[in-house]
Design a protein around this ligand. Structure first.
Ligand SMILES: NC(=O)c1ccc[n+]([C@@H]2O[C@H](COP(=O)([O-])OP(=O)(O)OC[C@H]3O[C@@H](n4cnc5c(N)ncnc54)[C@H](OP(=O)(O)O)[C@@H]3O)[C@@H](O)[C@H]2O)c1
Length: 330
């Protein structure tokens, strides 16, 4: 075991895109677990768009940050969590964490399912996609679906789950030609476009000439406005996130055709995955058999080394990832 623990701390509030100078790595001795706690050596870390929102106020400055992480119990002072157990917890952005058993969730083990999947397709990312499709959109067989930020973690999981759930035409938007190819050649999208390459309404009309039944929106802004135009009668918008606005606080509010919502009987509904934790087991029941038989893959960008966690986070905000971005201990 190394003698030194590292935590990442935020040192200043950014305006617009954050930079490495808004963070520092702080060294301390590896913490000692008190009775009733365990020491976890973290192995995989999730960095997420919501961390950017937390940087505006919810993350305290000069303190260890929080984030989803997987680790191994290396010292236990509570029989509920013995040494060697692999757990999920929320004391991320640090190499070592002292956690109480009730703050940690033991992970199931399925042969052939890699550990990183518990932060991607089987983790909060997959759960978000699953809730969006099954509970908010109430996807029906044959529904044509448009997904924004389709090549990211939630977007790839949404595409793959929608296909398994019997969706019709799948259209995705993303930020580069390479990601467009990834969506159609690897993830199973029928059509995809780079949202930089023209007015989104025109690109969407070309990719989905007969319209869509469902829009899974990770971005907001002009993509939301274009999708409202492309939705058919009784279409649904699942509002998952607004990454198009997190780094541009001065951007004008989104303008969309409100009358279309009435005339086409549309439903626009947002949700927070934290309100659907009770569906975690259902997600395993749905996704694990498909992962094992190869009908479902987990799209991930793995960044090796805790010392690269800030770099990984900043890269994700600018589209440097394909699938869920995950940092792995080396
Ligand atoms: N409601 C919930 O409970 C919940 C839970 C999880 C995530 N979310 C939200 O879901 C969305 C996706 O999250 P994720 O974890 O899967 O992240 P992600 O999609 O893996 O990564 C973020 C992606 O956003 C895209 N992006 C960045 N700036 C953009 C812009 N200005 N316009 C359009 N796209 C932009 C980039 O891809 P491109 O190359 O395509 O630009 C980047 O790869 C986020 O909005 C997040 O906040 C919500």
């Amino acid at each position: 075991m190394t003698e030194i623990a590292l935590t990442v701390q935020q040192t200043a509030r950014p305006t617009g895109y954050p930079a490495p100078a808004h963070f520092r790595f702080a060294e301390s001795p590896v913490p000692e677990p008190a009775p009733g706690t365990v020491l976890v050596e973290n192995l995989y870390w999730s960095v997420d768009p919501y961390h950017r929102e937390m940087m505006d106020g919810d993350f305290p400055l000069n303190s260890p940050l929080e984030g989803r992480t997987l680790g191994r119990v290396i010292e236990s002072r509570d029989p509920a969590l013995p040494e060697g157990e692999i757990v999920f917890h929320r004391h991320g952005w640090r190499t070592h964490a002292v956690v109480r058993p009730e703050e940690a969730r033991r992970l199931p083990h399925y042969d052939g399912v890699p550990l990183s999947a518990y932060l991607s397709v089987l983790g909060g990312t997959g759960l978000t996609a699953y809730v969006g499709l099954t509970r908010i959109a109430r996807l029906k067989e044959g529904d044509d679906v448009f997904v924004s930020a389709a090549a990211g973690g939630v977007g790839t999981a949404t595409g793959r789950f929608a296909r398994l759930l019997g969706a019709g035409r799948l259209v995705g938007s993303t930020g580069s030609a390479a990601k467009v190819a990834y969506l159609t050649e690897r993830v199973g999208y029928d059509a995809a476009f780079d949202y930089h390459s023209g007015p989104v309404a025109d690109l969407l009309a070309k990719a989905a000439p007969d319209g869509v039944d469902l829009f899974v929106d990770n971005v907001g802004g002009g993509q939301l406005a274009a999708a409202i135009g492309a939705l058919r009668e009784h279409g649904r918008v699942v509002r998952i996130g607004t990454i198009g606005q997190y780094n541009t606080p001065d951007a004008p509010p989104t303008v969309f055709d409100h009358s279309a919502v009435v005339e086409k009987s549309l439903r626009i509904e947002g949700f927070l995955v934290s309100d659907y934790r009770d569906l975690q087991e259902e997600l395993y029941e749905f996704a694990v058999p498909h992962l094992i038989d190869g009908r479902l893959e987990s799209d991930e960008t793995i960044v090796d080394g805790f010392d690269r966690i800030v770099e990984a986070f900043l890269s994700m905000l600018r589209g440097g990832n394909t699938g869920k971005i995950i940092v792995r201990a080396v």
